[in-house]
Design a protein around this ligand. Structure first.
Ligand code: G
Ligand code: G
Ligand code: MN
Ligand code: NA
Length: 253
């Protein structure tokens, strides 16, 4: 509980940070997008992992306000990138279940897009399979409204959640993110076969695919050979503050 109180205070005092991890096209290796990832500075000079505090933010309801800030801040930074001439990059934000229950959810996303004057297609929402399965009705309804507005939708950690595949027909999807546990192993083996199946499934459904957690050159070439479109991972860059992203983009034109 102490931790939740501290999170609330730090968020109110604007101490949470948004870092960005580049996403690249596997053929050209050009940056096509970035995933926005929360960082919570801790008193010892390090960061508390979102894997630790996002569940607390969800449980406490704080994720509603934090998530709205993440969307607005991401759109603001994307506008800055577009103004600097990086016209084709997009930004992906992670969305949790409680955010879908917020009656204002669809509206504030539309408002952020309009206020920051960005192309709706350059904002991507990442949801996990468990979010889809939790309350399919409200999630499908919200995503349909946002898709109609032009927003892009990706399934995060694809293949790791408890889900039925029927949602692939019911949701207005654009992209599958192949979970890094399947990307790790490039030798023929179970995870490599699963990665192959996910990419094939994505291609057959007319969806874009992106490999997560690409750390080695061999993993990138393997995913490219499978027909995967894009990649994200330490091979290219770790998540970084916006200022560093600007430098990175400058060096990778
Ligand atoms: O950046 P890192 O790998 O430490 O992130 C760990 C987890 O925290 C990931 O599963 C990621 O989806 C989640 N996460 C990071 N930022 C956000 C955010 O802004 N909103 C939500 N809901 N989850 C986030
Ligand atoms: O669940 P989600 O995909 O949103 O989480 C993204 C998380 O994956 C972030 O915390 C990010 O720091 C982490 N990540 C990004 N690239 C790599 C990578 O190449 N290897 C590993 N191990 N983790 C990565
Ligand atoms: Mn993600
Ligand atoms: Na992921």
């Amino acid at each position: 509980l102490g931790m939740i109180r501290q999170l609330r205070t730090d968020f109110a005092e604007r101490k949470l940070e948004l870092w960005y991890q580049p996403q690249v096209d596997l053929v050209s290796e050009r940056v096509v997008g970035m995933e926005a990832l929360l960082r919570w500075p801790s008193p010892d000079g390090g960061y508390i992992s979102p894997a630790v505090f996002v569940p607390l933010a969800e449980y406490s309801g704080l994720i509603i306000d934090i998530g709205a800030w993440v969307v607005d801040e991401s759109c603001s930074k994307l506008k800055q990138l577009h103004d600097k001439g990086y016209n084709d990059v997009r930004v992906a934000v992670n969305i949790s279940m409680p955010q879908f229950r917020d009656p204002d959810f669809v509206n504030y996303i539309k408002n952020a897009i309009v206020n920051h004057q960005i192309d709706p297609a350059s904002l991507e929402l990442e949801i996990t399979e468990s979010v889809v399965m939790d309350e399919p009705q409200i999630v499908i309804e919200s995503l349909k409204a946002l898709k109609a507005f032009g927003v892009t939708i990706a399934i995060d950690d694809f293949g790791t959640g408890f889900s039925s595949m029927s949602y692939l027909q019911k949701l207005p999807l654009d992209r599958l993110k192949v979970d890094r546990s399947f990307v790790n192993e490039v030798m023929p083996g179970k995870s490599a076969f699963i990665a192959e199946t996910i990419v094939t499934l994505g291609n057959r459904l007319g969806l874009q695919t992106i490999a997560e957690g690409v750390e080695k050159r061999e993993q990138a070439s393997y995913m490219l050979k499978l027909g995967c479109d894009e990649a994200q991972g330490y091979l290219y860059a770790k998540p970084m503050p916006f200022a560093d992203l600007l430098t990175f983009l400058e060096q990778h034109k």
